[in-house]
Design a protein around this ligand. Structure first.
Ligand SMILES: *Cc1c(COP(=O)(O)O)cnc(C)c1O
Length: 379
């Protein structure tokens, strides 16, 4: 089955009781048993809920995986992956990383004796330099936020396999429509479902997908034991969101390309970071491992003036000033004072987050209107 068909049908059956074509919101905590242990597959909604189960099956299918698990947020999904490890284990992660992922690694798990290395994976050699017997997990985010760096998943997976360590990929920015890490050798795919999968800025949720029976057993054991599950209503909303994922992403990509080109030609713009440009670092890897380049764009201004950047993000109207990304509506943000404000200036500038960097999450409105909005704000 191809992607769009899977997005709409995989894992979903008409409701057995009523024939309802949409999976009902099973807003229930428990399930009546005919006799002790004699139930219809569901006992208690932390362990399993039919609406969540339908979503988990659907997500597994679109990521070309066997097993899916949904959590209360993207960070709760990451929490589950790290809980598969033991004290003394080491993790190698991309250095250009979602801030919340860095925070949970450093401030939650380091004190339980797990060690984290942050390396620049644009040069794969940097992984080989720190990998050792204790390395149990490699954590990759690609494209990265906000610099849109592209990490070669297949190349990293070769290192992971030859060193018997797990590879997990945060696929939030690409979505399974554009990139399926399990096909490229990853063991676990992680999502902030909050972003493109939900797609309508109305749900906070996370998910994991894997293929291996043993990893799945651990994943479900931790999901049930730690209990950071997602609600039936939210599961329903995301099931609805995923039905249009492919159509939305096509438009995100089209709009992304038009706006990236327009910015590239703008006299006030210095650099545009969008993996679709041939000049983008690792464009060839993006072309190989992604089926499109998405609607996330960052750019800097000539002269690198922070005040000018702050004025621009304040003056757009269709692009709303907000954190988050991946919704149908366009968002604009200023990483240096928003998402990356807690990182010292010298540190953030090393990874490219300079004062004038502006990040766009290009929505699915009409591109001409979006361009007119940016044009007005920038003049
Ligand atoms: C938002 C985000 C997360 C965290 O997900 P939440 O749903 O906000 O907990 C993790 N990784 C990336 C790349 C994100 O954009």
């Amino acid at each position: 089955m191809k992607f769009g068909t899977k997005a709409i049908h995989a894992g979903l059956e008409p409701d057995s009781a009523t024939g309802a074509i949409m999976t009902p919101i099973y807003q229930t905590s428990t399930y009546v048993q005919d006799g002790i242990g004699n139930h219809k597959g569901f006992e208690y909604s932390r362990t399993g809920n039919p609406t969540r189960h339908a979503l988990e099956s659907n997500l597994a299918a679109i990521e070309n995986g066997k097993y899916g698990a949904c959590f209360g947020s993207g960070l709760a999904a990451i929490d589950c992956v790290i809980k598969m490890l033991n004290p003394g284990d080491e993790v190698i992660s991309t250095n250009d990383l979602y801030g919340g992922s860095y925070r949970i690694f450093k401030t939650i798990f380091e004190k339980y004796g797990i060690k984290f290395h942050f390396v620049d994976m644009l040069d794969i050699e940097n992984i080989s330099n720190v990998i050792n017997d204790k390395t149990k997990l490699i954590w990759v985010e690609t494209p990265t936020n906000p610099m849109m760096n592209i990490i070669d998943i297949e190349a990293v997976s070769k290192i992971a396999k030859s060193n018997h360590t797990l590879l997990a990929v945060d696929n939030t920015f690409a979505t399974p429509y554009l990139q399926t890490p399990l096909d490229l050798g990853a063991d676990i795919v992680m999502h902030s479902v909050t972003k493109y999968l939900g797609g309508h800025s109305d749900v906070v949720m996370g998910a994991l997908v894997c293929n291996d029976d043993k990893i799945a057993e651990e994943m479900y054991r931790i999901q049930n034991s730690s209990g950071a599950v997602t609600a039936p209503m939210d599961s329903f909303l995301v099931l609805r969101g995923i039905k249009t994922l492919h159509v939305r992403l096509q438009r995100h990509c089209e709009n992304g390309e038009k706006i990236a080109q327009w910015l590239n030609d703008h006299p006030k713009v210095d650099k545009v970071y969008w993996p679709g440009f041939e000049t983008h670092t690792n464009h060839d890897v993006a072309k190989r491992q992604m089926r499109g380049f998405g609607g996330m764009i960052s750019f800097t201004l000539k002269g690198n003036q922070i005040e000018e950047a702050k004025q621009i993000v304040k003056q757009t109207h269709l692009f709303s000033l907000a954190e988050s990304l991946g919704g149908v509506e366009s968002l604009i943000g200023h990483p240096a004072t928003m998402t990356h404000a807690s990182i010292p200036k010298e540190e953030r500038e090393k990874s490219g987050v300079v004062d004038s960097l502006i990040r766009l999450s290009v929505g699915i409105e009409d591109a001409d209107d979006l361009i007119a909005d940016l044009d007005k704000a920038m003049s």
